[in-house]
Write a protein that binds this ligand. Structure first.
Ligand code: SF4
Length: 298
């Protein structure tokens, strides 16, 4: 969460559960096979359970990215609708650092919830954004966690978004992460699928795996098949896209949204929303045309 006070959109401006269901249904008809609910935090929305139930009726892999603070309240629902995999954001394994980063005293709760989800048989991926001067001393701690538990740690390179004080010198690169782990452990490269966002590895004989999302130093946009729909019904064809297409207004006006979706897909830039590739070293996040991360959804 940014430091400044957040102003959340009034509920009528957001897609309502039946609108989410209907618009998602169109995407499914056009070939979408996986839906991920993200945030902000998807489980704080009061209709979260209703939305999850509605989306679970489609023939898709349904999953979530969450901060993990409330997943214990949803275990039965997740089981009943067939959710099998969750991404949980956790940038540090130190309680005091977690408090400083999030300004919420919820480390133990999130940790206990991750343990609960592992016990309950979910495929748990932990998203950790790594930054010099913040959590660069924890790379090996995260990898050590994979020794006994089947947890999948995903190290994410720090990316520039409006208001997140991004600086190139704070990025811990894919290569730095791999070098740090390889100094301590024998590691093995795992196979990545064409559309994967992360480069997967494991330490020999560890129960879990780790991977790196190398958006800044080794982008993987050529295999990207992702589209985003924001909570207020705007379609983005890339995490960094400058433009958005207002599907919700068109849908509420009874218009056919297929031409809008098609045009949005066709306009997808070759890489990184066309905003800073290949010059990632000279990015000024405040000059980017985009929403802040919590308004896009990870
Ligand atoms: S095209 Fe955009 S959303 Fe896709 S991988 Fe590249 S930066 Fe991410």
């Amino acid at each position: 969460m940014p430091e400044e006070e957040m102003h959340f959109k009034a509920s009528p401006l957001l897609m309502q559960p039946e609108e989410i269901e209907a618009i998602a249904g169109l995407f499914v008809r056009w070939g979408v096979r996986k839906i991920r609910l993200t945030g902000g935090e998807p489980l704080v929305r009061k209709e979260a359970a209703d939305i999850i139930r509605r989306l679970s009726r489609y023939p898709v892999e349904l999953t979530l990215t969450t901060n993990g603070a409330k997943v214990d309240e949803f275990v039965e629902l997740f089981h009943s609708v067939g959710i099998r995999s969750l991404n949980i954001s956790l940038d540090t394994l130190k309680e005091d650092r977690f408090l400083a980063m999030t300004r919420r005293p919820l480390f133990q709760k999130v940790w206990d919830n991750i343990q609960l989800m592992i016990r309950e048989g979910f495929h748990v991926k932990v998203n950790a954004v790594m930054m010099h001067g913040v959590n660069d001393d924890e790379i090996l701690d995260f990898v050590a966690w994979t020794k006994e538990q089947p947890v999948h740690v995903r190290f994410i390179e720090f990316m520039p978004f409006t208001g997140n004080h991004w600086e190139n010198k704070r990025v811990i690169s894919y290569q730095e992460i791999i070098n740090t782990v390889a100094e301590q452990y024998d590691i093995m490269k795992l196979r990545d699928d064409h559309h994967d966002t992360s480069k997967k590895f494991m330490v020999y004989n560890h129960a879990g795996t780790f991977s790196v999302i190398s958006t800044m130093t080794a982008p993987f946009c050529q295999g990207c098949n992702r589209m985003r729909l924001t909570a207020d019904g705007k379609m983005k064809n890339c995490l960094f896209s400058k433009g958005e297409v207002d599907l919700l207004s068109a849908f509420r006006n009874g218009e056919d949204i297929e031409p809008l979706v098609r045009q949005c897909v066709l306009e997808k830039e070759e890489a990184l929303g066309g905003q800073f590739a290949p010059d990632v070293e000279r990015v000024d996040p405040d000059l980017l045309t985009n929403r802040s991360m919590i308004r896009i959804g990870g």
